[in-house]
Design a protein around this ligand. Structure first.
Ligand SMILES: Cc1ncc(COP(=O)(O)O)c(C=O)c1O
Length: 437
C-alpha cells in the first residue's frame, strides 16, 4: 500500500469525527489573557491549561523574557554542547537543583526531550525499567530508545510493581533497575503512590526511582517544591524530572539528582541535548523569574489549592465522580468517546475551553474531559464553569449512578459487584458561589 493510501485509511476515524462537527483539536486561539482566551471572536474561560500558577502573563515574567531576548538575542545559535551554553542555563540549573533539593540539574530544550534523552542515555538493553502504565509518552519513548526491558505495572499499584520487579529480577539479577512514575498524572490528576513505591527499595535496595514531576512542580508540596517534597521523600527519589511548560510558564525541562556523575553523563550523552539547539535565553529567564516569584510568594500555591478544592467540592455537589488527590487536574468522567466530544463542544459553545482525553490517553470507554485550574482564576470563572457543567450533567447523564450503569468508571473504584465503592468525596462547604477570596 502506498504511503498516501495508508495515511488516508488511518485518518478515517478523524474524518468521521470532523463530520460530526465535534472535532475539538487544534483550535486557533486568537488572543490569550491567561485565564481567558479568544477563539472565533468569542471570549472563553480557559480550564485546560497547565499554566497552573498563571505566570505566563505575569508582568515580571514577561519583562524578564523581553529583557533576556534583548540582552542575549532571540536564539542560542547552537546546542549547549557547542556554542549555545549560556551562563543563564547554568544559573538556572543551580536554582532548579536547589529548588527541588538535589545537588545538580541538567536543562534540556523541552520536557519531552528531557525524558527521551535522559532515560535513553542512562539505560541500556541490559536494564529493567518498571513504569506506571499511565506514564507519559515521552517516558515510554525514552524507554524504547534505551532498549531496556520495559515492564509496565498497574496504575499507582506498588504491589503489582513489586510482583513484576521480583519476577524481572529473578530473570535478570545483574542489570540496573529503574522505576519510573509521574508525580501528578497528567490526565487523571492522580498523585503517585510514592510512599508505597519508595518502600519497594526495602526488597530492592539497588532500584533507582525516577519521578517525572511535570505537573507537580510549582503545585504540590511546601512552596510548590513538588511531589517528593509533598511526601517528604526527597532523599529516596533518585531523579526528579520537571518541565517548564506547566507552572514555570515557558518551555523546556530538566533532570535533577544527587549523583553528580550520572548528571554529567546525561549532559554528555543525551542525544537531544547534544544534537538540538539550546533553550533560548528568553525561556530561561522566564523560568528564573517564575522561580523567584514562587519562592517569594508561596501563597500563589495555596491559592491554587483553594481554588482546586472549591472546584472539586462543586463537582461533587453536582454529583460528578471526583478523584480526591488535591491536584489542580480534575477530570470530568464521561465514558463513551462520542459523548465526551459532544459535551466538550457544548462546553465550548457556552464559553468554557476544555478538552477531552480518549483512549489511549485513558482506558477504553472511560473518556474524560480534562479540566485544570489556575491560581489566578477568579470566583466568577469558577461559578460560571460549575453552572455550565451542572446544566450538562443533567443533559448528558454523567453523574455517578449514570456512570456506574454505563460501566464507565475506573475499575479500581468499583466493588466486586460492579457498584461504586463510595470513596470520600470532597466536602461541599466551600462551594459554588463562594469562589476565591
Ligand atoms: C508527565 C509529562 N512529562 C513530560 C511532558 C513533556 O513536557 P513538555 O511539554 O515540556 O515537552 C509532559 C507534557 O505534557 C507531561 O505531561
Amino acid at each position: 500500500m502506498d504511503l498516501h493510501t495508508r495515511c488516508k485509511q488511518q485518518l478515517e476515524p478523524l474524518h468521521l469525527l470532523k463530520g460530526t462537527g465535534y472535532y475539538p483539536y487544534f483550535r486557533t486561539i486568537e488572543k490569550s489573557f491567561g485565564t481567558e482566551v479568544q477563539v472565533a471572536g468569542q471570549r472563553m474561560i480557559m480550564v485546560g491549561s497547565n499554566d497552573y500558577l498563571g505566570l505566563s502573563h505575569h508582568p515580571k515574567v514577561q519583562e524578564a523574557a523581553a529583557e533576556a531576548a534583548r540582552k542575549w538575542g532571540s536564539g542560542t545559535g547552537g546546542s549547549r554542547f557547542l556554542c549555545g551554553n549560556l551562563a543563564l542555563h547554568e544559573e538556572l540549573e543551580e536554582r532548579l537543583a536547589a529548588f527541588v533539593g538535589k545537588k545538580k540539574a541538567v536543562v534540556h530544550a523541552t520536557g519531552f526531550m528531557t525524558n527521551l534523552g535522559s532515560i535513553a542515555s542512562l539505560l541500556t538493553s541490559d536494564d529493567i525499567i518498571i513504569c506506571d502504565r499511565e506514564d507519559h509518552a515521552s517516558i515510554f519513548e525514552g524507554c524504547k530508545a534505551s532498549g531496556g526491558k520495559v515492564i509496565p505495572f498497574s496504575h499507582n499499584d506498588p504491589d503489582d510493581a513489586l510482583r513484576k520487579l521480583d519476577k524481572a529480577r529473578g530473570k535478570n539479577p545483574k542489570g540496573c533497575v529503574v522505576l519510573i512514575t509521574e508525580g501528578v498524572f497528567s490526565m487523571s490528576g492522580d498523585l503517585a503512590e510514592l510512599p508505597g513505591l519508595v518502600k519497594l527499595k526495602e526488597n530492592h535496595p539497588d532500584m533507582l526511582i525516577y519521578l517525572d514531576d511535570a505537573h507537580g512542580l510549582g503545585v504540590m508540596g511546601p512552596g510548590g517544591r513538588g511531589t517528593a517534597a509533598h511526601f517528604d521523600l526527597n532523599p529516596q527519589v533518585d531523579f526528579i524530572m520537571g518541565t517548564f511548560s506547566k507552572a514555570f510558564a515557558s518551555v523546556g525541562g530538566f533532570l535533577a539528582g544527587d549523583d553528580e556523575l550520572l548528571l554529567e553523563y546525561v549532559r554528555h550523552e543525551s542525544r537531544p541535548l547534544i544534537f538540538s539547539a539550546a533553550l533560548p535565553a528568553a525561556n530561561v529567564a522566564t523560568v528564573l523569574a517564575s522561580l523567584t516569584l514562587i519562592e517569594q510568594q508561596p501563597e500563589m500555591v495555596e491559592r491554587l489549592m483553594d481554588i482546586t478544592e472549591k472546584v472539586r467540592a462543586g463537582y461533587a455537589q453536582i454529583g460528578l465522580y471526583v478523584r480526591n488527590h488535591g491536584t489542580p487536574i480534575i477530570p470530568i468522567y464521561i465514558g463513551q468517546e462520542i459523548k465526551a466530544f459532544a459535551v466538550t463542544q457544548e462546553l465550548f459553545d457556552k464559553g468554557v475551553y476544555a478538552l477531552p482525553a480518549i483512549f489511549p490517553a485513558v482506558p477504553k470507554g472511560q473518556a474524560v474531559i480534562r479540566t485544570a485550574f489556575m491560581a489566578n482564576h477568579e470566583p466568577h470563572h469558577i461559578d460560571r464553569v460549575l453552572e455550565v457543567i451542572e446544566d450538562l450533567a443533567n443533559k448528558y447523564s454523567i453523574r455517578i449512578p449514570d456512570l456506574v450503569e454505563e460501566g464507565s468508571l475506573p475499575e479500581s473504584v468499583l466493588d466486586e459487584h460492579g457498584g461504586y465503592t463510595d470513596q470520600p468525596q470532597p466536602t461541599a462547604q466551600a462551594v459554588v458561589g463562594t469562589g476565591g477570596e
